[in-house]
Design a binder for this molecule. Structure first.
Ligand SMILES: Cc1ncc(C[n+]2csc(CCOP(=O)(O)OP(=O)(O)O)c2C)c(N)n1
Ligand SMILES: [Mg+2]
Length: 562
């Protein structure tokens, strides 16, 4: 037993450091002052002060996605926790390891609906993997160890720990815990054997990747395996960085606006080897593409935790394994004797390339061409982030993700994710370029975190688009509108043979810059005379200011640099 007495706050921070946490994202609050005091003067752990808990939790989620270690977020009770729930939900749907620490009311005031009191077990019960409240400061090491193990094993996900403020100020003696361990589930060798046998029997196999729990070693082994066997490989919704999109085996992503040729391939496959993907609503075209519950095709589904095995689909073979050990076992088997599908794989990659070729859209801002320019100029390790909105179709469809974790995009479809994710990315990888895409709506959901980016002195490029109408019309043309307005099939080129449009901006481009001087509101408001004439005065003042300065008169039409 250690003889020094420490406060609950000090024990908590010591344990976080022991588990490898070097950065906490949060908004300070009086309910956890003892923990903030314990951070004071330490240089082995940083506290990134955010502006709103939703953004803080999204940063922690993105940090967890990037590092494979639980991202940690600290917020105050009640309003802080309710704001943070936005990030907890993303971690849930994206299977990301994350820990949310919540300052809680004092133990003696519980159940009176004290100031900002919330029962976190109830509130987060449906979206977190585990929710607990620490009653006794001596048990902090036990709870933290369990939190790290729960967040990372099986299907990764979020854990919420509530910390009563008087527990954090208690001074106690306790033993330190052990750091968490990465535990991976290894596949049954007989299941690996069956996988290889069924692949050998197949004529039109398709590999589908998705889910959480992947790391660099796993994607390297996966690449070796699909390369050796010329296997056509698709990815689930917003899991586009699991295989280099320029690789000859990459055939595209199955998500919103999937390439119809890829969907056709999916429909006609005679074996689906699904590694990690739950095949949720987005990756299954609203649960319509595969037979439910029994898939039409022969299917092998590999999932890293018992929670998901057989939950929705009843495939021919279910395997419980982490993606890494499973693909390593397959890669170790070497190439199959017969690979009759190899030519089809080349066709699949060609169809993918055809689908990302720039097409002309109405209006001056040619997003497909801009994305093509970005593909050509950004290095493979650049990190591209986005949230939700029609605008995200541009970077999801037309950008090529070439390196693992070069994409940070919520499979939960949460608006507001792009900017906080970009901040977390730049903090984790200061040497990698980070580009955030956001619609005007998306950007404003967490736009206050721009102040966090400035405070942390981060160089992030944020492209905020006000081209909703353009995006919607081009992306939803010919799209199935079976479920509301969400586009599920691919945008159709307006004039497929048209020449590549001029790129409005881009490094080293010799193309003339197009004038961005074009208002989205071209006619004065109808209504009272005075407001109409003042609108006209404002507009002409802005236009002449713009002529003098050379800057666009209307905010949001161009990339904004932070
Ligand atoms: C947090 C959250 N709130 C609401 C939605 C529903 N939603 C999806 S896209 C969207 C509008 C997005 O607007 P914007 O970012 O400007 O993109 P645009 O569609 O205009 O390109 C809304 C409200 C959501 N996905 N997430
Ligand atoms: Mg918009």
């Amino acid at each position: 037993m250690t003889t020094t007495r420490r406060s609950g706050g000090e024990i908590l921070i010591d344990e976080l450091v022991r588990h490898g946490t070097d950065r906490i994202f949060g908004v300070p609050g009086e309910s956890y002052l003892a923990a903030l005091d314990a951070l004071h003067g330490r240089n082995d752990i940083a506290f990134v002060i955010c502006r709103q808990e939703g953004g803080a939790a999204m940063m922690a989620e993105a940090d967890g996605k990037l590092t494979g270690r639980p991202g940690v977020c600290f917020v105050t009770r009640g309003p802080g926790a309710t704001n943070a729930s936005a990030g907890v939900h993303i971690a849930r749907q994206d299977s990301t390891p994350m820990i949310l620490l919540v300052g809680q009311i004092a133990r003696e005031a519980r159940d009176r609906e004290a100031f900002q009191e919330v029962d976190y077990r109830q509130m987060f019960g449906g979206i977190a993997k585990w929710v607990a409240e620490i009653e006794d400061a001596r048990r902090i090491p036990e709870y933290l160890h369990r939190a790290f193990m729960t967040a990372t094993t099986g299907r990764p996900g979020p854990v919420v720990l509530a910390l009563p403020e008087d527990m954090l100020t208690d001074e106690v003696m306790t033993e330190p815990g052990r750091p968490w361990q990465q535990v991976r589930a290894h596949p049954d060798p007989a299941a690996v054997e069956t996988t290889m046998t069924w692949l050998g029997e197949a004529e039109r196999p398709l590999v589908i990747l998705g889910g959480g729990g992947w790391d660099q070693d796993a994607v390297t082994a996966l690449r070796r395996f699909v390369e050796a066997n010329d296997l056509p490989t698709a990815v689930g919704f917003r899991r586009q960085d699991y295989l280099d999109n320029t690789h000859r085996c990459y055939v595209g992503d199955i998500g919103i606006g999937a390439n119809p040729k890829l969907l056709e391939r999916l429909d006609h496959a005679d074996l689906l080897l699904v590694i990690g993907a739950r095949l949720g609503e987005m990756t299954s075209d609203g649960y319509t593409r595969l037979g439910l519950p029994r898939p039409k095709q022969r299917m092998i589904q590999v999932l890293n935790g018992p929670e998901e095995l057989g939950r929705v689909y009843q495939p021919d073979l279910l395997i419980q394994a982490s993606p890494g050990p499973f693909v390593e076992a397959l890669a170790a088997r070497g190439p199959l004797a017969s690979r009759t599908w190899a030519l089809g794989t080349a066709d699949g990659h060609a169809a993918y390339l055809e689908n990302i070729a720039p097409l002309e859209i109405p209006g001056n801002v040619q997003m497909p061409a801009i994305m093509a320019e970005l593909r050509a100029t950004l290095p493979a390790e650049a990190i591209v982030t986005n949230g939700a909105g029609n605008y995200s179709a541009w970077c999801n469809r037309f950008y090529s993700y070439r390196a693992f974790r070069s994409q940070l995009a919520p499979t939960s479809g949460s608006m507001g994710y792009g900017l906080p994710a970009a901040i977390a990315a730049k903090l984790a990888h200061p040497d990698r370029p980070v580009v955030c895409f956001a619609g005007d709506g998306c950007f404003l959901m967490t736009g206050q975190e721009l102040a966090t980016a400035c405070q942390q002195r981060l160089a992030i490029v944020s492209w905020s688009s006000t081209t909703a109408c353009t995006a919607r019309s081009a992306c939803t043309r010919n799209a199935s509108t079976r479920r509301g307005s969400t586009a599920r099939s691919s945008p159709t080129p307006i004039s497929p043979g048209s020449p590549r449009p001029t790129v409005p901006w881009g490094s080293g481009s010799s193309a003339p810059r197009r004038s961005p001087r074009r208002s989205h509101r071209r006619s004065p408001p109808i209504g009272r005379r005075s407001s109409r004439s003042s609108w006209i005065r404002r507009r002409s003042r802005r236009a002449s200011r713009s002529r003098r300065s050379g800057l666009p008169p209307w905010p949001g039409r161009k990339a904004e640099s932070v």
